[in-house]
Design a protein around this ligand. Structure first.
Ligand code: GDP
Ligand code: IMO
Ligand code: MG
Length: 422
């Protein structure tokens, strides 16, 4: 069997959680392959809203086994809180939630290093979620990190102390940050202990065995391809590979195992945090889009920057991820706008281009906008694509022609059932 992939093609928050939950019905296993609690994946089920940060979005389907892969960075405190939320909602996750031993641990000091680093950057800050993501991946690649499986090994406490001491010394180089080490440490160790009730696995063996035994596996991405550490708007990116290549390293599956790659994009664009955003609307239209789409971060509550759909940007991330099809979310939100536009090209140093230039963070590109007819109607009750207003259908068809891959799903509301297939 091959492993199918769902990932974001923009700057995150495309609606991955909703789509993973919807498609999970057809799979046996859902596996998160990168990122950490910087992610916030929202699901609306039976009138209830759930926000998952570390737990894969297949958890609400009782037949699904969920794996937190080795490429994920895991904060035991956040994960434990998520588990408590599931307990309160009566979701039985025991023996259905597996943790890869090779996943790296976010220490309390990693979070404080994140805060100190951002404070030190001042105006040039990344706009990090301050969950400790960057410092944890730095320790991973610097070969200093602690992995979940280390908890089962002798000497864990000593290794923790060594890393913590190093962090405390590093923190002295930065503007001072207020923290309560003792309280945070106590909660961290208690949470880690609680996680030991879940099965720890060698995720790469587990998944390859599952695939060899005919199981259907879906890989769930976090963030979006424009936040990829190599190909995003560096340095305003996250610290992992959010593109399809991240599935191979983040789960231990070989490239030829990759099957369908489903890219998710909103019908427009949003970004939270700093960095270039060619189609950003800084006027009242942007405010309207933010209000209509409730564009406030699922993890931090920060207002999201909003703008028009950006075709050169999407073509770039489709190329990088090998997306075989696209799911367009939030078409219902776009339908509330009095006017609609899409960037078809950019102008850069006076010339037309379809490429994002290397110096995008220094030199702004000017989007060439094409206007589309507005449909100004509520789509959220639609159950078939052909029930949508002609202008909404035309918008989807034109975008499909511009990006060059089929748009097989269109989402018209946050609920599981508000999805139209084509
Ligand atoms: P993720 O990080 O990619 O999983 O996305 P988030 O959960 O951070 O943000 C997407 C937001 O849009 C959530 O509040 C979802 O409930 C909501 N959402 C998803 N699809 C749709 C849709 O088609 N229409 C509307 N109105 N909301 C949606
Ligand atoms: P999901 O999975 C949107 C952004 C942050 C910041 C940059 C770096 O919900 O789509 P980090 O905390 O990784 O150091 O932040 O990346 N960012 C996200 N934006 N959705 C996310 O996740 C994000 N995860 C990180 O806002 O600009
Ligand atoms: Mg999100």
């Amino acid at each position: 069997m091959k492993i199918d992939v769902i990932l974001g093609l923009q700057w995150g928050d495309e609606g991955k959680g909703k789509i993973v939950d919807y498609l999970a019905e057809r799979y046996d296993v859902v596996a998160r392959f990168q990122g950490g609690p910087n992610a916030g994946h929202t699901l609306h089920l039976g009138g209830q809203k759930y926000v998952l940060h570390t737990i894969p979005s297949g958890i609400f389907r009782p037949h699904i086994t969920n794996l937190i892969g080795n490429g994920v960075v895991l904060d035991p405190v956040v994960l434990r809180r998520e588990l408590e939320q599931l307990d309160r909602s009566g979701v039985d996750y025991r023996n259905r939630l597996l943790l890869a031993r090779k996943a790296h641990l976010i220490l309390p000091t990693h979070r404080w290093l994140d805060m100190a680093s951002e404070a030190h950057k001042g105006q040039a800050k990344i706009g990090s979620t301050l969950k400790g993501i960057g410092p944890t991946y730095m320790d991973k690649t610097g070969r200093n990190g602690l992995r979940l499986g280390d908890v089962e090994q002798p000497g864990f406490r000593e290794r923790y102390e060594m890393l913590k001491q190093k962090h405390i010394e590093l923190l002295r180089l930065y503007p001072p940050i207020a923290f309560d080490l003792e309280a945070a440490e106590a909660e961290w160790f208690a949470s880690l202990q609680a996680l030991r009730a879940l099965p720890f696995v060698d995720g790469e063996y587990y998944l390859n065995d599952a695939l060899n035994n005919g199981k259907r596996v879906l890989a769930e991405g976090a963030q979006g391809a424009m936040l990829d550490i190599d190909f995003g708007t560096y340095p305003f990116v996250t610290s992992s590979n959010t593109v399809t290549a991240g599935v191979c390293t983040g789960l231990g599956v070989a490239p030829q195992r990759i099957g369908q790659v489903i890219g998710i994009s909103k019908a427009y664009c949003t970004r939270v945090g700093s960095g270039p955003f060619p189609t950003e609307l800084t006027d009242t239209l942007g405010d309207q889009l933010r209000q209509a789409g409730s564009e406030f971060g699922s993890t931090t509550g920060r207002p999201r920057r909003c703008g028009w759909l950006d075709v050169p940007q999407l073509r770039y991330t489709i190329q990088l991820t090998g997306a075989t099809e696209l799911c367009m979310t939030k078409l219902d939100v776009l339908g509330l706008m009095p006017e609609i536009a899409v960037a078809t090209h950019y102008r850069y140093h006076g010339q037309q281009t379809d490429q994002l230039p290397y110096d995008l963070c220094q030199v702004a590109v000017e989007p060439t906008l094409k206007k589309y007819a507005s449909w100004l109607s509520n789509l959220s009750g639609a159950s078939r694509f052909d029930q949508l207003p002609a202008a909404a259908q035309a918008y989807v068809e034109e975008v499909e022609a511009l990006i060059g891959i089929p748009i097989r799903m269109v989402s018209v509301g946050p609920g599981r059932e508000q999805l139209l297939t084509r």
